[in-house]
Ligand binder design. Structure first.
Ligand code: UTP
Length: 234
């Protein structure tokens, strides 16, 4: 069975606890999990950012703010596990080793963050490397990787395809602070380069985009790979 690792941004799945897209994502993830070994890494979303801001206002250090962000990612992951019922392994993995162990049950595995100083994109990139995934998908709020942040720079252009080196040049300029929201963190980009696993960046505002991409290979997004490939459908 082909292996897929998805980094499902919290800003997509749970922008806030009241306005979440869990109901819409459950059938899509369950359908993908029927034909593939699926791993889903869930981000912290708006709730993580709210906690991190509150923690910072108390002059608490960034590493502790990260730990609190991790707790929120795991909370979000727990809600997704509960909502997916029998389609997933019933516990949130708390390490890559645990995720690999849970996958022996042939069910979809869900996890959140694991260690301060990074984001769930890095967790997912390393997981993709460790399970030898066929593809790594980053589901985010933009339809691919742009030459600059399209929300701030209207002249930014979108790449259909770029090499890991080009990706590193784009994301290398970003700062590292708790709760920072960029298309992909620099650690994830480095791991993508060394693992050689193709990365697809998609807009997940509508979960149908993910379904069409994985099941039918239809997507508008960016592919990051050393050679020009179409990694989907598998
Ligand atoms: P993410 O930044 O991964 O979630 O984690 P997100 O913001 O919802 O993802 P996107 O932006 O939609 O893709 C939230 C915060 O939790 C901490 C960081 O502070 C991060 O900004 N975190 C998460 C860690 O420190 N380590 C981890 O392994 C994961």
């Amino acid at each position: 069975m082909k292996k897929i690792v998805i980094s499902l941004g919290g800003s997509i799945l749970i922008p806030s606890v009241e306005k979440n897209r869990i109901r819409q994502y459950v059938p899509v993830l369950a359908e993908i999990a029927r034909g593939h070994q699926l791993f889903v890494v869930v981000g912290g979303g708006g709730e993580a950012r709210r906690y991190i801001e509150a923690v910072r206002a108390l002059a608490i250090d960034e590493g502790t703010a990260d730990e609190i962000g991790i707790l929120v990612t795991r909370l979000n992951a727990t809600v997704l596990v509960a909502a997916m019922g029998d389609a997933v392994y019933p516990k949130v993995a708390e390490s890559h080793a645990e995720a690999k162990k849970f996958a022996e049950h042939k069910k979809c595995v869900v996890m959140g963050g694991i260690t301060p100083g990074q984001t769930t994109d890095a967790v997912a990139a390393v997981l993709a490397e460790r399970v030898r995934a066929d593809v790594f998908i980053n589901v985010t709020s933009v339809d691919g990787i742009y030459s600059a942040d399209p929300k701030k720079d209207p002249s930014a252009t979108r790449y259909d395809y770029l090499t890991p080196r080009q990706l590193l040049e784009i994301v290398g300029k970003d700062q590292l602070t708790a709760g920072l929201n960029t298309v992909l963190d620099v650690i994830a980009a480095r791991v993508v380069e060394r693992s050689g696993i193709p990365l697809v960046v998609l807009d997940g505002t509508d979960p149908e985009n993910l379904r069409l991409a994985v099941m039918e290979g239809k997507y508008r997004g960016s592919v990051v790979a050393a050679k020009k490939v179409r990694p989907l459908p598998l």
